[in-house]
Structure formats: C-alpha cells, structure tokens
Design a protein around this ligand. Structure first.
Ligand SMILES: Cc1ncc(COP(=O)(O)O)c(C=O)c1O
Length: 465
C-alpha cells in the first residue's frame, strides 16, 4: 500500500513512475543497501556498484589469464586487447569521434587534471577559472603561477551560486595574445550542484581559449555528448559513475589541444626510445605518452562493464529519477519551519530543479537562528545509518561564497605569524569564530529511491524544535 506521501510525491513528480525499472534493479542488483538498512546519500562522493558488475568482472578474471600489456606474448596481448577495447568503449560512450578525441587512463579525475596542469604551456598565457571548482582544478593554478601565467577567478553569486556571466564574457574576450589560454569550470558543481552552461565551451573557443570541462560530478547522472560539445580536456572518475572499480579515471582530450601539452618527464611506457648515454628520449604517440608505467590492466576491463551497466539503464531514467527526488527533497526541506516559524535550513544553490543536479547542500539552524554545526549533523546522521557528506567538499571557492567569508578575513588569518608555515583545519576554523566553515551535502544518484529521501527528511524533522 503506497503511503500518502508517496501519492503526493507522484502527483507532483509524475515522471518518477517511468523509472520503476530502477526500483526492480535496486532490489535485484543492489540488495545489500536495503539488507543492511543503509541510507546512502553521498553519490557525489562515490557511486554504488551493482552486484552484477562484480560478478561479470570476476568471471572474466577467473576464466582468463592476463599478463602485463607492455609485451607481445599471448597473455600480454590478451590484456592489451581488453585495454584497447575499454579505451574505444569510453569514446563511444561519450559519443567522441576517435579521429578527434583520445582517452587516457589515469588513477582518478585529479590525476587527469594534474596531467593537464603539469604539461600545459602556460608561459605568457592565462588561466581562467570559476570560484566554483574542485581543489584539483584550483591546484592547476600553481603550475600556471610557476610559469608566469595570469590567473583569474570568476566569482559565483548567492543565492543560486551561478556565475556572473558579464564578468566571464569580459574575461573570455581578452585572451593573452602571446601565449596559450586555458579556461576551466565544472559541468556540475560538487558544492551547489549547479550545472554551468555547456555553451561556454564554444564561446571560449571563439576567443581562442582551450577549455577544461571538469565532468566528474556531471557524468554520474547526465549524458555528456562530445559530438554536441567539444571541450578540449575532460577529466572523470569512474567510481563516481558506477561505483567500481575505484582507482581509475580518464582524461578525454581533443587531439589538437593534446598536441600543445609538453610532459615534464618520461617514464616506463611513455616513450618509444630513451637513451642513457645519448641523454635523449622520444615520446610515444597517442595516449601512451601520458600513461606512466604499467596500466591497471586487470581493473580496466571492469570499466566497459560499468559503462554498459549505465547504458542498459539509460541516462534518461537516471536523470528523471534524480530530478524528481531532488525536487521533493528541496520542496520539503525548504518548507520545514520551527514552532516559531523560523526556517530549519538554508540551501546553498538553486532551490528548484532547474539547471541543477541531484546534490543539495544546506546548513541547519535552531529556532533562534543559530547555526547547527555540520559536524553535529553528521554525527547524528551516522547514528541512524545515513551516509552524507559534510565540510566544504574540496571546493573552497564555493564554500567561501556560501559561508560569507571575505578576502580580507582570509588574508588576516593567513598572515598571522603562527600560521606562516602550517595551518590545521581546526586553527583555520578558529579564524572565523561564529561563522560556519562547512555545510551538509545530501547527494542522490542512480539507485536512490523515495524511501531514502523520506528517511533523510524524517531525520531532518528531528532537528526541529
Ligand atoms: C567536480 C569534481 N572534480 C574533481 C573531483 C576529483 O575526483 P577524484 O577525487 O576522484 O580525483 C571531484 C571529486 O569529488 C569532483 O566532485
């Protein structure tokens, strides 16, 4: 018998009923979530794998013999075939023309970002990026600074945490004339879940910028079609898409942009010839030049299994389900009021499902309007087996805007004599006494169901007074 709430939900989000196949899949392929009564709400942190993915991968390993792919013996060739197959499958999955794009295996999205950062010809150029970025994109600025490039941040604005496009347009219109220009932004924020416009890619190209589109938080629930949009560098982490295996990501790169990169070293696997006495090396062609040492050749075949798994469900169903549940979560959370009418939460990011993904970042407040520390909320959630994420999610730019922390306050904190060399997170917090230095992120994914969201809403109601 469906609950009254479920009936109300279905009335306001009728598209949810088209995604019933995901409820069946959850029962058969993700049964452990419900057997262990886990309320998993950290899909932006990591996806959850289906049991069938593991079984298929295990069968492949149990029935075959694979050797190190850098050779021509039979076991090596068998591994090479799987690795090449997975590479092709990744391009096909993202509808990327193999004449235009290549897929480079990395250990995660951060590894893909570092490849770009350490190799990009920043000298005399510019690095333009949004405040809203993961630290692994922010970190590229250190390579840019070291090579004398101009680094410019474009702010995001409260309450929706979207970008001031007039400022972005101004910056895009003035690329460095005597150097290369790189513009980096996330297709979906891992803080506010804002989906930043993919139209920026062509706009930036028109002014001569290379575009790094961080798709790590976007591709778990949205289709990225590289035939429709043509970013130059796309970092992703596969565990965020389908949970297993961890430790593998990719840099999907456009060939003309890749040709500009100059790797700062060589390693086993990246060269055709390297000489000791001759002090010379020749980089390999294609992805091999960017893949240091032996690839994770036993896990790489599990990527094709994971990608096929997503395809068998379809992004449409995943997107519709996540969208409906996010709408219900946002509507209910924003309506929760203490007995004196004071709101329970403040949402950082859009409060409707328009132009956003399935993560909702909030802070909780008491009846008197005092902030409830996010660490307390996490501890309480842990007690009822709810897995969510708290803190700033490695996105300090969005965090600073959301928490209202100013440049001056940060400068004061960083220039204290005791903070010259080292700064612990606790010491950092004491710089901003009275302000929250983090928030609570509830992120929905492929197999989230209505009960998960209801369990969280019931937990949130427990914070009302
Ligand atoms: C938007 C975004 N970019 C990059 C990353 C880095 O991913 P990884 O930690 O797998 O390298 C994350 C991880 O949360 C992310 O959400």
């Amino acid at each position: 018998m469906p609950s009254r709430d479920f009936e109300v939900f279905l009335k306001s989000h009728p598209q949810y009923s088209k995604t019933e196949s995901l409820d069946k899949l959850r029962a058969t392929d993700y049964g452990r979530l419900d057997r262990a009564e886990h309320i998993y709400l950290d899909y932006t942190g990591g996806g959850i794998y289906a049991e069938s993915q593991i079984q298929k991968h295990q069968k492949l390993l149990n029935e075959n013999v694979y050797g190190n792919p850098h050779s021509t013996n039979p076991t090596s060739l068998a591994a090479t075939e799987l690795v090449d197959g997975a590479r092709e499958y990744i391009l096909r999955f993202f509808n990327a023309d193999p004449k235009e794009y290549i897929a480079i295996f990395t250990s995660n999205a951060s590894g893909a970002l570092k490849l770009v950062g350490e190799s990009y010809p920043f000298t005399n150029g510019r690095y333009l990026l949004t405040f809203d970025n993961h630290n692994s994109v922010n970190g590229i600025r250190e390579f840019a600074h070291a090579r004398g490039a101009e680094v410019t941040y474009i702010p995001v604005m409260l309450p929706d945490m979207r970008v001031d496009t007039s400022q972005l347009d101004r910056e895009l219109a003035r690329p460095a004339k005597n150097g290369h220009n790189l513009f980096a932004y996330p297709a979906q924020s891992n803080f506010s879940s804002v989906k930043h416009p993919l139209e920026w890619i062509e706009k930036a190209h028109a002014h001569g910028w290379d575009v790094l589109l961080d798709a790590a938080a976007y591709v778990p629930t949205s289709k990225l079609d590289l035939n429709k949009v043509n970013p130059d560098f796309v970092p992703i982490s596969f565990y965020k898409m389908f949970g297993y295996p961890t430790g593998l990501g990719a840099l999907i790169a456009r060939k003309p942009a890749l040709e500009k990169l100059h790797r700062p070293w060589f390693a086993g696997g990246t060269i055709t010839v390297a000489s000791v006495q001759g002090d010379k090396y020749y980089l390999a062609d294609g992805p091999a030049a960017f893949e240091d040492g032996t690839l994770d050749y036993l896990n790489i075949p599990a990527l094709e299994i994971g990608l096929r798994h997503i395809e068998s469900i379809g992004y449409e169903a995943i997107g519709e389900r996540v969208n409906a549940l996010t709408g219900w979560l946002l509507d209910n959370l924003t309506q929760m009021k203490h007995s004196n009418g004071a709101p329970l939460v403040r949402v950082f990011g859009p409060t409707t499902t328009e132009g956003r993904g399935g993560a909702v970042t909030v802070n909780f407040y008491t009846k008197e309007g005092r902030l409830i520390d996010h660490r307390f909320v996490e501890r309480e959630a842990n007690k009822v087996n709810i897995s969510l994420r708290t803190g700033c999610f490695c996105n300090p730019g969005a965090g600073e805007v959301a928490m209202g922390v100013s440049r001056v306050e940060l400068d004061v904190c960083f220039t204290l004599p005791s903070h010259e060399e080292r700064l612990s997170l606790d010491d950092f917090r004491t710089c901003f006494d009275g302000k929250s230095m983090g928030a609570v992120r509830i992120s929905l994914g492929m197999v989230t169901n209505f009960n998960d969201v209801q369990a969280f809403l019931s937990f949130a109601r427990g914070l009302l007074s």
